[in-house]
Design a binder for this molecule. Structure first.
Ligand code: ZN
Ligand code: FE
Length: 257
C-alpha cells in the first residue's frame, strides 16, 4: 500500500500525494506549483494523476504536470479533463503504485464525479466532506443521496480523504441539525483543537462521518424531525420523510445556513 500525505493548495484545498518509495501519484492537483515543489524537494517521480471531477480547483494543474512528467491521467470520461489518458465511468479497477483501487461513480456535485477507493483509504473529492457533502451543482438530490450511500457502505475504518478543509464550518451546521448528538459534540471540540494548531481535520474515518455527518444520517429520527421543522419554518411541509426528500431538505438548508 502507498503512503498518503497532503500538499496544501489555494485557500482550503488538499492535493493528496500518494507515494511508494520514489514513485508518486497525486489526487486532484488544482495547481501545479506546490506539487512540483514537493516532487522536486522529495525527489519523487510523478507516475499518475487521479481526477475526481472537472472543477478548476481539482484539475487546474494537470496541463503543467503533464508537460513536465508525462503521468497517466485517470479522470471521469463524462467530463472535460485536460490531458486525460484513462477515461473512467466507475466500476473499474485501476493500478495505483501496485495497489488495485476501485473507481466508484458518485454523481451529484458534478455528473461524472468519481471516487477512488483502496483498502483503508477513500479519495472522494467534493462528494463527502468532513461533516458535510458537496453542493449539487449538476446532479439531483436522489443522485447525491445514492452516491453517499455507496460511500457509506465501505468499511467503517476507511479514512476519508476529501479535497477541502471545510470540516469546522460543516460542523456548525451539523450541530444546528443535531444539537443533542454526543459524538458530534465531541467532534466539534476535537476539530476546534486541531484547527487552532493548524492541523488538518482530514482525513476523518467513515465511522466518524456515519456518527456525525448529517448527510449520512437522513434516516435518523432526530434528523427527519429537524428537516420537517425547518420545512415548516419555510412555509413548506415535508410530508414524504424518505431518505431522498430529507436529504434534499437538509442540503437546501445548508445552502442558506
Ligand atoms: Zn468541486
Ligand atoms: Fe473543490
Amino acid at each position: 500500500m502507498f503512503d498518503v500525505s497532503f500538499i496544501p493548495a489555494f485557500k482550503d484545498n488538499y492535493i493528496w500525494l500518494l507515494t511508494r518509495g520514489q514513485r508518486a501519484f497525486v489526487v486532484d492537483p488544482g495547481e501545479a506549483g506546490p506539487v512540483i515543489a514537493r516532487l522536486e524537494a522529495d525527489g519523487l517521480d510523478l507516475e499518475g494523476i487521479l481526477i475526481t471531477h472537472h472543477h478548476a480547483d481539482h484539475q487546474g494543474g494537470v496541463a503543467d504536470l503533464t508537460a513536465r512528467y508525462r503521468p497517466q491521467v485517470f479522470a471521469p470520461a463524462k467530463e472535460s479533463i485536460t490531458g486525460c489518458t484513462h477515461p473512467l465511468a466507475g466500476g473499474e479497477s485501476i493500478d495505483v503504485l501496485g495497489q488495485m483501487c476501485q473507481v466508484i461513480a458518485v454523481p451529484g456535485h458534478t455528473l461524472g464525479h468519481l471516487a477512488y477507493y483502496a483498502p483503508g483509504a477513500l479519495f472522494c473529492g467534493d462528494t463527502l466532506f468532513g461533516a458535510g457533502c458537496g453542493r449539487l451543482f449538476e446532479g439531483t438530490p436522489a443522485q447525491m443521496a445514492a452516491s453517499l450511500d455507496s460511500l457509506a457502505a465501505l468499511p467503517a475504518e476507511t479514512r476519508v480523504y476529501c479535497a477541502h478543509e471545510y470540516t469546522e464550518m460543516n460542523l456548525r451546521f451539523a450541530l444546528a441539525v443535531e444539537p443533542e448528538n454526543a459524538a458530534l459534540q465531541r467532534r466539534v471540540a476535537a476539530v476546534a483543537e486541531l484547527r487552532a494548531r493548524q492541523v488538518p481535520s482530514v482525513p476523518s474515518s467513515l465511522a466518524e462521518e456515519l456518527a456525525t455527518n448529517p448527510f449520512l444520517r437522513c434516516t435518523e429520527p432526530a434528523v427527519i424531525a429537524v428537516a420537517q421543522r425547518h420545512a415548516v419554518e419555510q412555509g413548506k411541509a415535508l410530508t414524504d420523510t424518505g431518505k431522498v426528500p430529507v436529504f434534499a431538505a437538509i442540503r437546501a438548508w445548508r445552502n442558506v445556513f
